[in-house]
Structure formats: structure tokens, C-alpha cells
Design a protein around this ligand. Structure first.
Ligand code: SME
Length: 165
């Protein structure tokens, strides 16, 4: 059984370095993409301060994301590519950091408490297959260090998971 160690870091870079080490240890030896997404969401949700949602959406066709493993309140199941922050991140193929969700055109409010959001696309072998989505009840909760840190966590998740039969 994994016990998430409280991270006592002086700054965000140290915090994410430690969280990356914990995620690598947690996923080591397991390749199932759903199991790994579930454990990654749980570790992130319980380790990163001021989140009200952390989880995954996966592309089930070229034009639609479907809800994957997450922690937080029940969420919208299907998001069209190009819609909301998640669907826009798929279209752009790059992370989106939203300081104020009310100012993002087309933001989809799954939890009305969310004030800021960070979405990181999941890219494997040059193909985009989903997103890691983080929501916070605090405005401007995420900055460039959070984006870099979450992109590293997404990369660890991708490197440890296999989609081969
Ligand atoms: N806010 C997202 C929808 C997903 S929920 O935040 C969990 C969006 O605009 O795509």
C-alpha cells in the first residue's frame, strides 16, 4: 500500500521534483493506463495544495474526450474537441493555464467552485490522446512552475503506461 509522504519543500520546483519521484515510485512495475491514471490522480489530488479536481480525459475518437480516472466531484463525461479548456488544449496540442475561468470563452464549469485551471495534453509517439486537468477554487492558483511540474508528471504517467494489447 502506498502512503503519500507529506512534501516539505521550500519552493515549487523542489515540491514538483519530490512529487515526480513519488509518482515514479508509485507507478513502477505497472503499465495499465487506467490503473496508473487513477493512482496519478489520487497522488496529485492529495499532495498538491488547493485543488478541487484532478484527473484525466481521454480521446475516444478524433472529436471527443471522455472522462477518465479523477479525484473531486463528479464531472462532465464528454467534451468535444475545441470546446472548454480541455478540448481547446487538445486542439492546440499544448498546455493551457487559465488564471480566471470566467474569462476563458467556453469554459465548462463542472464544479462551480473552480476559479482557475491548468490543462496539460498527453502526447505519446507524436499523437495526442488525452489531457491531465487540474482545477482550483483559488483564482490564479497555477503559474509557470506548476505548468512545468504538471507536464513532468504527465510525462512520467505516459512513460510508465502501455497501450499495447
Ligand atoms: N473545466 C473543464 C471541464 C472539465 S472539469 O473542469 C473537470 C473545461 O473547460 O474543459
Amino acid at each position: 500500500m502506498h502512503a503519500a509522504k507529506k512534501i516539505d519543500a521550500a519552493n515549487k520546483r523542489d515540491f514538483y521534483r519530490e512529487l515526480a519521484a513519488q509518482l515514479s515510485a508509485l507507478l513502477a512495475g505497472e503499465e495499465d493506463p487506467i490503473a496508473n491514471a487513477a493512482n496519478a490522480a489520487a497522488l496529485i489530488y492529495h499532495s498538491v495544495p488547493h485543488l478541487n479536481w484532478a484527473g484525466f480525459y481521454f480521446l475516444q475518437s478524433n472529436d471527443e474526450l471522455v472522462l477518465g480516472p479523477f479525484q473531486g466531484k463528479p464531472a462532465c463525461v464528454r467534451i468535444a474537441v475545441g470546446r472548454g479548456v480541455c478540448g481547446t488544449a487538445i486542439e492546440r496540442g499544448s498546455s493551457i493555464l487559465v488564471e480566471d475561468v470566467a474569462a476563458f470563452p467556453g469554459h465548462i464549469a463542472c464544479d462551480t467552485e473552480s476559479r482557475s485551471e491548468l490543462v496539460v495534453p498527453l502526447i505519446h509517439d507524436g499523437g495526442i490522446f488525452g489531457v491531465l486537468d487540474l482545477d482550483s477554487p483559488l483564482p490564479a492558483r497555477f503559474d509557470a512552475d506548476d505548468q512545468k511540474g504538471m507536464e513532468e508528471l504527465a510525462a512520467i504517467y505516459i512513460a510508465n503506461s502501455s497501450w499495447e494489447d
